[in-house]
Design a protein around this ligand. Structure first.
Ligand code: NDP
Ligand code: 8X3
Length: 252
C-alpha cells in the first residue's frame, strides 16, 4: 500500500511547519498549504531533499472558491487524504471586547472557524466514502475559558471544540476519527501576528517561562494520527509546565 497522505493547513510556520516535518519523517506523503508561497517553497525543498513526497497548495482558507479549486484539483495520486490537520489560524489583538477591531474579528472568525469548516467540508466526504481518515483540529486552551482580551479569539477556539465534537458524532458510524488538540503557550509567529508585527510585545509573551514549541505539539498530533484503528484520541490539552490555565502563567 502507498504511504498515507497528510494534508496540513498553515504549514508555512510554527505548529503547521513542525507537523509537516514530523509527518514527512514518519513516512507520510504531505500536502502543505498556506498563503506565503516563498515559505511553502522553502519547506518543500527541505523535505524533498530528505526524500519526502510533498505537494504544496497556495491558497487562503478564507477563500472558499480557491480552497475548492485546490482540493478538487488535486492530482489523482494525491486525492485520498488520510489525515487532515486543520491548523491554519491566528489571533489578532488583545483589546477588551468593547474596544475590539471589527476587521480583526472578521479575520479570526473567517479563518479559525469558517476556513476550518471549509477544509472539513471539502476533505471529509472522501474519508467517509473510503471508510478511513482522521481530522485533527488545532484548537486551544483559549477555547476552554476566556482570558482577558482573548474574547473573540477564545470564542473561535471554543467553536473549534464544538465543531470537532459535532463532526465526531456525525462520523461515529464510520472509521473516521476526529481529534481536537488544544495547545497552551507555543512560541511561534503567533504572537507576532497577534500584535501586528510588534516583535518586542510578542517576545514578552514568552518571557520567564519555557513555552511549548511547534515540535511539542506536532509530536502530539502525530501520536494521535498513529493511534491504533480502534483508538480515537478525542481531545488533548497540552500546556507548558508553568502554565496552569489559559490565564495562569507562572514566570520565573
Ligand atoms: P503561526 O503564526 O506560526 O502559524 C500560523 C499558520 O497559519 C501559518 O502557516 C499561516 O500561513 C497560516 N494561516 C493563517 N491565516 C491563514 C489563512 N487565511 N489561510 C491560510 N493559512 C493561514 O502560529 P501557530 O503555529 O502558533 O498557529 C497555528 C495554530 O495553532 C493556529 O490555529 C493557532 O490558533 C493555534 N494555536 C497556537 C498557539 C500558540 O500559542 N502559538 C496555542 C494554541 C493554539 P500563511 O501566513 O503563510 O498563510
Ligand atoms: C493560543 C494560546 O493562550 O495565547 O491559542 O491563547 S493563547
Amino acid at each position: 500500500m502507498e504511504n498515507k497522505i497528510a494534508l496540513i493547513t498553515g504549514a508555512t510556520s510554527g505548529i503547521g511547519r513542525a507537523c509537516a516535518r514530523k509527518f514527512a519523517k514518519a513516512g507520510y506523503r504531505v500536502i502543505l498549504t498556506g498563503r506565503r508561497a516563498d515559505k511553502l517553497a522553502e519547506i518543500e525543498s527541505e523535505l524533498l531533499a530528505e526524500g519526502a513526497e510533498v505537494l504544496i497548495l497556495i491558497f487562503d482558507v478564507r477563500d472558499r472558491n480557491a480552497a475548492t479549486l485546490a482540493i478538487e484539483g488535486l492530482p489523482q495520486e494525491w486525492k485520498e487524504v488520510d489525515v487532515l490537520v486543520n491548523n491554519a489560524g491566528l489571533a489578532l489583538g488583545l483589546e477588551p471586547e468593547y474596544e475590539g477591531d471589527y476587521d480583526d474579528w472578521d479575520t479570526m472568525i473567517d479563518t479559525n472557524i469558517k476556513g476550518l469548516l471549509t477544509m472539513t467540508r471539502l476533505v471529509v466526504p472522501g474519508m467517509v466514502a473510503r471508510e478511513r481518515g482522521h481530522v485533527i483540529n488545532i484548537g486551544s486552551v483559549a477555547g476552554d475559558a476566556a482570558y482577558a482580551g482573548g474574547n473573540v479569539y477564545c470564542a473561535t477556539k471554543a467553536a473549534v471544540k464544538t465543531i470537532s465534537d459535532g463532526l465526531r458524532i456525525d462520523v461515529a458510524d464510520s472509521n473516521v476519527k476526529v481529534t481536537n488538540v488544544k495547545p497552551g503557550l507555543v512560541e511561534t509567529e503567533f504572537s507576532k501576528v497577534r500584535f501586528h508585527g510588534d516583535e518586542q510585545r510578542a517576545d514578552n509573551v514568552y518571557k520567564g517561562i519555557s513555552p511549548l514549541t511547534g515540535d511539542d505539539i506536532a509530536d502530539v498530533v502525530l501520536y494521535a494520527a498513529q493511534a491504533p484503528a480502534h483508538v480515537q484520541i478525542a481531545e488533548v490539552l497540552v500546556l507548558a509546565t508553568h502554565q496552569g490555565s489559559g490565564s495562569v502563567i507562572c514566570r520565573h
